[in-house]
Structure formats: structure tokens, C-alpha cells
Ligand binder design. Sequence first.
Ligand SMILES: C[S@@+](CC[C@H](N)C(=O)[O-])C[C@H]1O[C@@H](n2cnc3c(N)ncnc32)[C@H](O)[C@@H]1O
Length: 125
Amino acid sequence: MNKINYPLGHLADEINRLESQADLFDDPLLAEFALVSKDCLEIGAGVGSTWRRLQKINPGLCYTGIDCSSEAVMKARSLHANTNVNFEIMDATHLSFNDHSFDLVVSKLVLWSIGRDWPKAIEES
Ligand SMILES: C[S@@+](CC[C@H](N)C(=O)[O-])C[C@H]1O[C@@H](n2cnc3c(N)ncnc32)[C@H](O)[C@@H]1O
């Protein structure tokens, strides 16, 4: 798949930047939803920096992160290998999950990089 190569790459500096960004963009509303959710899907999960925050809020949350970049997914899997998560290579505009598989769907800083197809990603969500 890998339709888009994430332009900033996934070297250590960029991973650290994404993690700091996740801290800066911490969202109290997301924390409230995460606390009462069971199954969460993140669209465009990158290297999993949102999951790092979500698991602190709700360690029992079943989380699946999808990203079209195989490089990002491989990195996310290696960074979070010891946690109960699932990172998959998938295009946000063609999700392969059954409807109602998740009670929380999260996406952050992704629509801009999907481009013209962004409404399809919203529809899939
Ligand atoms: C700026 S990064 C944000 C990553 C993460 N949400 C975060 O906040 O750290 C945008 C991510 O969207 C992913 N992406 C872009 N188009 C996508 C698509 N059509 N389907 C799935 N992921 C996509 C990119 O590969 C990249 O990992």
C-alpha cells in the first residue's frame, strides 16, 4: 500500500517530536471517551504516540492503530511490542473492519495527508 511516504520519516528525532506533539495536543475530551470505551480504532496512528497516552488513561482499552505507511506500522509494532495492541497497514479510505467493531474512533493530524479522499475516510469511520 504505502500510498504516501510520510515526508518527515521515522528516525529517532521525528519519533521524539511526534511523542512531544502528542503530549502538547493532549485532549481532555479524548481522555473522557477513552475512559469509558472498550475497543478503540486510531486512523493514521503513525508510530503509536496516541496509544502511549491512551494506555495510561485506560490500560484495559483494546486498541487497534492503522496506517497506510508500512514503515510507520513496523516502527509502531517495535516500539509497543510489550503492550496489548494491534497495528495494521491499512488505508483510511478502505477500512476492512466490520461496521460497529469499535466504540471509539480517533484520528489526529491525518486528514491533511490523506488529501482529496479525506471525506471517504470520514465516511469509513
Ligand atoms: C502527521 S502523521 C500523524 C501520526 C499520528 N496520528 C500522531 O499524531 O502522531 C500522519 C499519519 O497519517 C498517515 N496517513 C496518511 N494518509 C493515510 C491514509 N490514507 N490511510 C492511513 N493512514 C494515512 C501517515 O502515514 C502518517 O503516519
